[in-house]
Structures are given as structure tokens and as C-alpha cells.
Design a protein around this ligand. Structure first.
Ligand code: ATP
Ligand code: MG
Length: 593
């Protein structure tokens, strides 16, 4: 089966079940500044899950173009792209689990002829917040999925939402297809040969600011199926790259590179094909490579593709333009892009490729000269090598790995690890510098935040860390609220906080205020923030890049800001009251003066 047939039979199927087919939204969310890109079909529909009426009715379906930069390091494996297409159907307060599961099953087994023996499903196992999703389990059973192919898993796997800290959320059921050669065996979490193909989310609860889960009045269904994965499955391929959506792209890469055989299993070729698809569609939606925000992601994708291209001798800018034209040919019949953007994109990206290639070649010449002029450089001080690596980044836009590779070509036993630690330090210092430069820019956004609420916000971060230091790491934030007079802070703790503990917490915060720690802000990819140990409520409402605020070594937390410039501005901190907020959650009221 080809992509065109799959799109059509999916949409026809749901049209027959009285769904309206809606247009794909662009990759750049139209009304949501908190995220960089549309990552799923349900994303543009969030307001309608919250109760707004959708002009097309209560049953919707479409094919949505999606971009997940979070998956960028996965690209090259068998199942992940950055850009992909998602087939989805939705019920906005209309049908519920029975219809949703039965239709998924019908489409897979009847329309696509997938044998039941090759399917397995997962459902929500239940926990303190919500019971096991026995309803879904029973429906699957009634359709003939045997018990040993139904797996119950926790929130991490089978729960969606809420999108922010509060709002609609609920269990999901995921459908897996057996991609192994032999007989299907085990359960999805036990065997990688089970590949997730479709996810049906049932929004039936509302998470409140107190952290409880109440039944929702309008229950909704959101489903998503990856087009590329489904195609691979239907054509008995074990990876998404052997599908028709990629075939002509790989032909172009094969004709113009060193790889002539098995091109679709070559990791570099996969990266080029995926990243150029993503960069092309971004451009068709008006996002061109640049230094800022979304444009920076486009630039990163192009540069990574160019790097991968150099590895297999695919490096003529004209050939990159060929790929973009091919992506346009493949996708313009299915999506409404800006016509102007589609016609401009090949030239613009070709120029970007040319510029980066020139930079790389200038950079390589420079590097060669440096090493020739200083024969002892690579056997000497690691800090000098780190400085050189950083210089290559700042001046020539060399990704650090490229510099490392070049240095290792000259000196294979170079201790890259020690160099890398120092390079990361240099990057940190660099970010702080740009923070000062950018401070002016952020001022605008601060205008509507009073001084006092900024300080209380900063005090909340200190309190969060102090609570964790005194009561333990499990005492994570569950909510917070600020009025001009006071802050309110909710956190996980199973018993009353003793007066002695409260005193310790209060003292700890006041110690940090006395130290007058500078409040530093860095912008970094979400993953890096998590790795660096930054605390805070991690959820989908954050985009790819997050702001991390730190105060000395004491607090590091990510949040949108704004904050006081230094902790000294808070003067002094006082806990006014401690009480229970809900089961397992305590609440502190505090003031500053
Ligand atoms: P995985 O755990 O495999 O990354 P996921 O849980 O992120 O999948 P969902 O968010 O449920 O996937 O997305 C719905 C469907 O979209 C998946 O079932 C899959 O078919 C497809 N999908 C998700 N991520 C990608 C990707 N990076 N490339 C291609 N298809 C994807
Ligand atoms: Mg994923």
C-alpha cells in the first residue's frame, strides 16, 4: 500500500462514520505562543477539548503535518522522524470508548487486513488518581484480542495530559503491531518488535489546581496514528524509511553520493532525507533558517543534514535543492502551503547550504593552519584545545562534534572527554554573556508584572528548594499562586510539617536572601535542562527551548519568569501558615517584606 491510498482510506473510513475532514494546521501553531511547533493532530484542537464549539462539528478527522524536534537524536533508528504525518480522528463530547476502539479495530483488521494475531494493546493500569481502565480492556477482549496481548501500564505509558498543570486528561490505549519475523511473542513493554502504531486517548478527567481528578462533563476522544509507521507495517518493512514517502528522496541521495546500495539503511542518508523533509515543510510554512527561535531549528536541521551529507559525499547545494523540490512534489497535493514559500524554498535553503559549506571549508583551513603552526597544541593543555573548539563554534558555526572529529583525525588518542568538560564550561559562560545582552529585550515583557510579584515569584523558587532540602526531594511543587500580598505554594508531603521544619525552611530561604545571590537566566533545550538537574513542573506546555533560572548553587528551576534581579531584593521571608491542601499535598502561605 502507498501513502496516498492510506491517507485516502483512513479519511474515507471516518467520513463514512460521519466525521468531518478538517484541514491540517500549519507546523507553526497559530494561537499558541508557548510551543514552537505542532507535534500532534490534537494540538490545534485543544480549545475545542476545553469546551469551545468546533465549527465542523463533534466528529473530526484529518492528516496533520507534525514536527517533533525532541525526537531529533532518534532519527536514523527504525521508527522516528522529526517531520511526520499523523492520521487522527476525534470525538468532541460525542462517541466514547466503545466506538473509538471498535472503529480502530475495524479499520486495522478489515480495511487494512492486519491479522489480529499481530496486534497487542496496552491500557491504563490505574493508580491513586484514577482506577484501571477496565472499560477499554473489556472492549478489546470482546473484539478478540486475547488476554495475553493486553498489557496494563502506569501513567508514564498510558495516560495523557493535562496539557498544562490543570485541565482535561485521561487514560489512553495504545495499539501495537508485531514487526518481528517469527511468531508474535510477549507484551509491548517486553519486546521491541512490538511497535506502537495508534494511540487512542480518552479525556475523562479534569485535573484541578488542587491536584485532584474530577470526572469531566464533556468527554472526548483523541487518536493519532503515524502515517510512515503504518505504511512500513502494511508493506512488511521493519523501518519507516522503506516507504514510498521516502523512496524518491533516497534515489536523489543515492545518485549523488558514495552510497549506491541499501541507501535507506544508511544512517547518514536517513538523516539527510528526514531533516530535509522537515526543513522543507518548515520553509513551506514560512519558517526559514535563521538565528532565532523557530528559524534556528530550521538552521540546525539543514546543518545536520549537510554534516551527514559530507560523510557520504552528498554535498552539492544543488542536490539539496533537488530534495526540497521533491518534497514539494510529494506533499503539496496533500497540504495547503504558501505558494510563494514553496517556490522560494529551494533557493533559500540552497543558499543556506552553500553558506554553511563555505564556512566549514574556511573553518577546516583555519584549523589546519592552527595545528600546523602550533605542533604542540594537541598534546598540550586541554583548556587551549577547548578554547579552540569554542572558537570554531563561535566563528565558524562548527558543531563541537565536527571539531572533535577533525582534531581526532590529527591525533587519534586525544582525550576528548577532558576537553569536552571544559568546552561545556565555556558554553555556560557564553550563555551568561548573551543573557546580559538580551536583558533589554526581555524588559518589554516585564511591564505588566509588578515588582512585588516578581519578588514573590523568586521567593517561590527559594521556598521550593528549601522545602526539598529540609523534607526531601519527593516534596515537589504541585501548584503555586501569587497575589500582591503573599505567595501560596503546594507540594507533595504526606504529613503536617512540624514547626521546627518550618523554621528550618524559613531560615534557609532567609540565608539565601542575605547572600544576595544573582538571579541568572539561561535558555536551553528542554532535555539539557532536565539533565542539568533543573527542577520544576515539566509538562507539554513548555516548548523545545526552556528558560532556566538559577540562584547561586542553591536553586535551579525552569519557568517562564519574570524574576527579581537578585535575592537580596526580597529583604526577608516569612512563612505565615501551613495546612493541608488535599490528600498528600501541603500548602504554605508566605510573605516578603
Ligand atoms: P514513541 O514512543 O514510539 O516515540 P509516541 O508515544 O511519542 O511514540 P504518540 O505521541 O502517541 O507517539 O504519537 C502517535 C503516533 O504518531 C504514534 O503511534 C506513532 O505512530 C507516530 N509517531 C510518534 N512519534 C513519531 C516520530 N518521531 N516519527 C514518526 N512517527 C511518530
Ligand atoms: Mg515519542
Amino acid at each position: 500500500m502507498q501513502s496516498h491510498d492510506l491517507r485516502k482510506s483512513f479519511l474515507d473510513f471516518f467520513k463514512n462514520k460521519n466525521h468531518e475532514i478538517i484541514n491540517s494546521a500549519p507546523l507553526v501553531p497559530e494561537h499558541d505562543p508557548t510551543v514552537l511547533f505542532t507535534t500532534a493532530g490534537m494540538h490545534p484542537l485543544v480549545p475545542f477539548f476545553l469546551g469551545e464549539d468546533h465549527p465542523a462539528g463533534k466528529r473530526l478527522a484529518n492528516v496533520q503535518r507534525c514536527l517533533r524536534t525532541d525526537d531529533i537524536d532518534e532519527v536514523g533508528d527504525e521508527t522516528h522522524c522529526t517531520f511526520f504525518e499523523m492520521l487522527g480522528n476525534w470525538s468532541l463530547g460525542d462517541y466514547w470508548k466503545k466506538e473509538s476502539i471498535e472503529w480502530s479495530f475495524e479499520f486495522l483488521t478489515k480495511n487494512l487486513n492486519i491479522p489480529v494475531s499481530h496486534l497487542a494493546v496496552t491500557i491504563f493500569a490505574g493508580d491513586m488518581d484514577a482506577p484501571e481502565d477496565t472499560e477499554s480492556k473489556e472492549i478489546w477482549g470482546s473484539l478478540g484480542i486475547p488476554e495475553n496481548r493486553i498489557e496494563s501500564l502506569g501513567k508514564k505509558d498510558n495516560w495523557w495530559g493535562p496539557a498544562g498543570t490543570t485541565g482535561p486528561c485521561g487514560p489512553d490505549t495504545e495499539i501495537f503491531f508485531w514487526t518481528g519475523n517469527g511468531k508474535p511473542e510477549g507484551l509491548p513493554s517486553q519486546n521491541k518488535k512490538w511497535v506502537e502504531i495508534w494511540n487512542n486517548v480518552f479525556m475523562q478527567y479534569e485535573k484541578t489546581s488542587e491536584g485532584s481528578y474530577l470526572p469531566l462533563k464533556q468527554k472526548s476522544v483523541d487518536t493519532g496514528m503515524g502515517l510512515e509507521r503504518m505504511l512500513a507495517v502494511l508493506n512488511q518493512k521493519d523501518n519507516i524509511f522503506e516507504t514510498d514517502v521516502f523512496a524518491s528522496l533516497f534515489q536523489i541521495i543515492a545518485s549523488n553520493s558514495d552510497i549506491k546500495e541499501n541507501i535507506s539503511s544508511n544512517k547518514n542518508a536517513r538523516i539527510i532525507a528526514d531533516h530535509m523533509r522537515a526543513a522543507s515543510v518548515l520553509a513551506f510554512d514560512g519558517v526559514y533558517p535563521s538565528n532565532k527561535e523557530r528559524g534556528y531549528i530550521a538552521r540546525r536541521l539543514v546543518r545536520r543534514a549537510v554534516r551527514a551529507g559530507r560523510e557520504i559525499n552528498f554535498s552539492s547545494p544543488e542536490d539539496f535543492a533537488l530534495l526540497i523540490k521533491e518534497v514539494a512534489k510529494l506533499l503539496t497535493p496533500h497540504y495547503k502551503f504558501s505558494e510563494q514559500a514553496v517556490s522560494e524554498a529551494p533557493d533559500i535553503i540552497q543558499t543556506e547550504v552553500k553558506k554553511f559549506l563555505n564556512t566549514i571549508s574556511d573553518g577546516l583551513k583555519f584549523l589546519e593552519k592552527r595545528i600546523n603552526n602550533e605542533p604542540n597544541l594537541l598534546s598540550g593543555d586541554a583548556f587551549e584545545i577547548a578554547k579552540l573548539t569554542f572558537f570554531m563554534f563561535e566563528t565558524y558555526g562548527f558543531p563541537i562534534e565536527v571539531t572533535y572529529e577533525e582534531l581526532q583525525k590529527q591525533k587519534p588518542n586525544l582525550d576528548i572527554k577532558s576537553v569536552d568538560v571544559l568546552v561545556r564550561e565555556l558554553f555556560k559562560a557564553h550563555q551568561e554573556k548573551s543573557r546580559t545582552v538580551n536583558a533589554g529585550q526581555f524588559k518589554g515583557g516585564l511591564a505588566d508584572h509588578s515588582d512585588q510579584s516578581r519578588k514573590l515569584h523568586t521567593a517561590t523558587h527559594l521556598l521550593h528548594q528549601a522545602v526539598r532540602t529540609v523534607l526531601g526531594e519527593q516534596a515537589a511543587q504541585k501548584g503555586s499562586n501569587i497575589t500582591p500580598e503573599r505567595l501560596r505554594f503546594d507540594f507533595v508531603h504526606s504529613k503536617q510539617v512540624t514547626p521546627d521544619e518550618l523554621k528550618q525552611i524559613e531560615d534557609l530561604v532567609n540565608d539565601q536572601i542575605k547572600k544576595d545571590l544573582k538571579v541568572e537566566m539561561n535558555i536551553m533545550p528542554k532535555e539539557e535542562a532536565q539533565k542539568s538537574g533543573a527542577i520544576g513542573v515539566f509538562n507539554d506546555q513548555y516548548g523545545e527551548m526552556v528558560k532556566v533560572y538559577s540562584m547561586g548553587d542553591f536553586s535551579k528551576e525552569f519557568c517562564g519568569g519574570p524574576h527579581a534581579d537578585s535575592t537580596g531584593q526580597l529583604k526577608s521571608f516569612k512563612i505565615e501558615k501551613e495546612k493541608s491542601a488535599s490528600a498528600g499535598i501541603r500548602r504554605i502561605y508566605a510573605t516578603i517584606s
